[in-house]
Design a protein around this ligand. Structure first.
Ligand code: UT7
Length: 325
């Protein structure tokens, strides 16, 4: 039976030029390269320059994805930007990017699911495309977390970085069988009982300030391994694929120990997991498309490959998405 699938036509990414190493951090913070590498796997992160915004990073990533897709920006009729660090409280960062790209048709809006944002945005775009409401979507994950970090809190500021990634999706008729390319399935989950584990202590409606990121790292870690493993298992069960049939796992990059824990639980060999956290740190909604772009540039992703993406973040929110490239 013919079905419409959201085919991934192109991927792109962009990171700020400035690199901050663990040793740079240890010059003003009671930390060390040894501690950060051993506890997280992070070696460095990129930090936006003064005046460089989430929309600037997102638009640059989007331009690269569009060029690689061969699709003209004027033919894009949906832009979804996943971000927790928007340029402004409103309007959305997506409309700023839309304007920067010269797109004037269709809809553009942001999605807020913090580190799970890219999975939520992809699932949302997929549903628009499958429903026939849009034909060609740009899905962006873009963040400037350096703007909301407490640079005196060594438990959080060493973990995050800035960057953006993007993919172009196109509604394409497929056979409705295992050979189908495009997004095959997604599972999204949220549980607001855990809001206090990871949040920003400011906002327009509460403090009228931007606020700083606060996290109970140990508790978030515990939830991450369990919740991500279970949502991956649900996705595999729903699609009939076994873990060993997945060519590439492209996870949200929060902590190498979380990724190792999930790999062990699901019995996935390390060489099937894309790891970019050493270079970028945790870039929240940008981390999966940055990792996708890295894998693409390393020729690890090509036509027909089965790719599984997953994330967990503030909310708590978590989810997984299976696609054939
Ligand atoms: O993307 C959203 C989801 N976020 C995550 O998934 C993050 C999940 N959590 C984690 O990745 C880890 O919990 C952290 C990397 C944040 C922390 O690792 P941990 O092994 O859970 O360390 P901890 O918080 O239990 O701290 C252990 C020790 C403490 O010292 P004491 O109390 O044992 O003396 C901390 O004060 O390490 C200390 N510590 C540091 N030492 C040097 C915490 N941060 C640092 C630091 N440098 N940057």
């Amino acid at each position: 039976m013919a079905v419409i699938r959201s085919m991934i036509r192109g991927v792109g990414a962009h990171v700020p030029q400035k690199v901050m190493t663990n040793n740079d951090l240890s010059k003003f913070l009671d930390t060390s390269d040894e501690w950060i590498v051993e506890r997280t796997g992070i070696h460095q992160r990129h930090i936006a320059a003064e005046g460089e915004t989430t929309a600037d990073l997102g638009a640059a990533a989007a331009r690269q994805a569009l060029i690689r897709s061969g699709i003209d920006p004027v033919d894009i009729d949906l832009i979804i930007c996943a971000t927790a660090t928007p340029n402004r409280t409103f309007p959305s960062t997506a409309v700023r990017i839309q304007n920067m790209l010269g797109v004037t048709k269709g809809a553009a809006f942001d999605i807020q699911a913090v580190c799970s944002g890219f999975i939520f945005a992809m699932a949302c775009a997929d549903n628009f495309l499958k429903a026939g409401q849009s034909r060609r979507a740009l899905v962006i994950g873009a963040e400037t977390f350096s703007r909301i970090l407490d640079w005196e809190d060594r438990g959080t500021c060493v973990l995050f970085g800035d960057g953006a990634g993007a993919v172009v999706l196109e509604a394409t008729p497929q056979h409705g069988d295992r050979s189908d390319r495009g997004i095959i399935s997604s599972k999204l989950r949220s549980d607001g009982r855990y809001e206090e584990l990871l949040y920003v202590d400011g906002g327009p409606s509460t403090t009228q300030t931007i606020g700083h990121l606060r996290m109970n790292g140990r508790e978030v870690f515990r939830h991450a391994v369990q919740k991500i493993s279970s949502v991956i298992e649900e996705t595999l069960l729903a699609t009939g694929y076994a873990a060993d049939e997945i060519d590439l796992f492209v996870p949200h990059q929060a902590n190498k120990r979380i990724l190792d824990g999930i790999a062990k639980k699901l019995d996935v060999p390390a060489d099937r997991i894309v790891m970019t956290l050493d270079k970028h740190g945790n870039t929240s909604a940008a981390s999966i498309p940055l990792a996708l772009n890295h894998a693409f540039e390393q020729h690890r992703i090509s036509e027909g490959k089965l790719v599984l993406m997953e994330a967990m973040g503030g909310g708590l929110t978590w989810g997984a998405l299976l696609a054939r490239w």
